[in-house]
Design a protein around this ligand. Structure first.
Ligand SMILES: Nc1nc2c(ncn2[C@@H]2O[C@H](COP(=O)(O)OP(=O)(O)OP(=O)(O)O)[C@@H](O)[C@H]2O)c(=O)[nH]1
Ligand SMILES: [Mg+2]
Length: 268
């Protein structure tokens, strides 16, 4: 905003009042023209000046001199800085839960934490990221984010994927959930690779995040021996594999142990 003009009767113009915009923690501010990062607000209460308001103009008294004791001019208020900015909200979570629709991400976040997402037996039930908190017995807690909407083509904007891929950027590691009972559209390993392809097309660094592969829905898997094959395949690719049932909670305790282990390793 512009500062007030200075005026006669010795009045100094007022500085422009501050225009304060409140934004959620996790907001990234960029210069809309150059794309330059102005600030990354990751802490509660953090403040940043994006554009300075104009200073008030000096009043006529400031222009007094020996020859002009009552000047009839005053300074104009300065113009405030102008800037177009772009605000982007990125979640700050420790763990991102990814996987195809219907893999069981929402069910998993609800059994791991106190999140109570809607769960239904059709894909795309979850339309926006959901956060949950997992309390670890070491007095620490992990913030989990259920990242919905990833499908093939997500990195190019298909479905809701593009909208949510950015939320993965700040997580420390990923839980990649696959439905090991479902072979209708693709084999579980193909599902895993298809999602990873989307991650890497969006940004190479996303694929470098550590992933724990969670093979879900083992309660309805007819051939349990298939899990050994899967474990071998994932280990070969350098990933840990844990088979669970989010529905019956089988092996959820093992998964929590694994989450703790990875968290401790990454916090060193
Ligand atoms: N049998 C069985 N069903 C499960 C398990 N986990 C989830 N489901 C079911 O699978 C369906 C999808 O689960 P969600 O948790 O909603 O899956 P999601 O990945 O969040 O799916 P979207 O949000 O729709 O993308 C629901 O009907 C769940 O009850 C499991 O371990 N076993
Ligand atoms: Mg869901």
């Amino acid at each position: 905003e512009r500062g007030q003009h200075g005026s006669g009767s010795n009045k100094h113009g007022k500085n422009a009042p501050d225009l304060i915009l409140k934004v959620p923690v996790g907001t990234v501010i960029k210069d809309a023209e150059t794309g330059e990062l102005i600030a990354d607000l990751t802490k509660e209460g953090q403040k940043v000046v994006v554009a300075k308001g104009g200073k008030g103009g000096k009043g006529n008294a400031m222009f007094k001199s020996s020859t002009n004791q009552a000047p009839d001019y005053a300074e104009e208020g300065e113009k405030g800085e102008e800037k177009w900015i772009e605000l982007e909200l990125k979640l700050i979570a420790d763990v991102g839960i990814i996987g195809f629709p219907n893999a069981g991400k929402s069910t998993l976040i609800s059994v791991l934490s106190h999140a109570r997402p809607k769960i239904a037996d059709y894909p795309f039930t979850t339309l926006s990221p959901v956060l949950g908190v997992l309390q670890l017995d070491i007095g620490k807690s992990l913030v989990l984010a259920d990242i919905p909407g990833l499908i093939e083509g997500a990195s190019r904007g298909a479905g809701l994927g593009h909208e949510f891929l950015r939320h993965i950027e700040r997580t420390k590691f990923l839980l990649h959930v696959i439905d090991v009972s479902d072979f209708r559209e693709r084999q579980p390993i193909e599902a895993f690779e298809a999602i990873n392809k989307e991650l890497s097309s969006y940004s190479k660094t996303l694929l470098e995040k550590p992933q724990i592969v969670v093979g879900n829905k083992i309660d309805i898997l007819s051939y349990r021996s298939y899990l050994d094959t899967l474990k071998e395949e994932f280990n070969k690719r350098g990933y840990e594999f844990i088979a669970v049932s989010a529905a019956t909670k089988e092996n959820i305790d093992k998964l929590v142990e694994k989450l703790k282990e990875v968290y401790e390793k990454l916090s060193k």
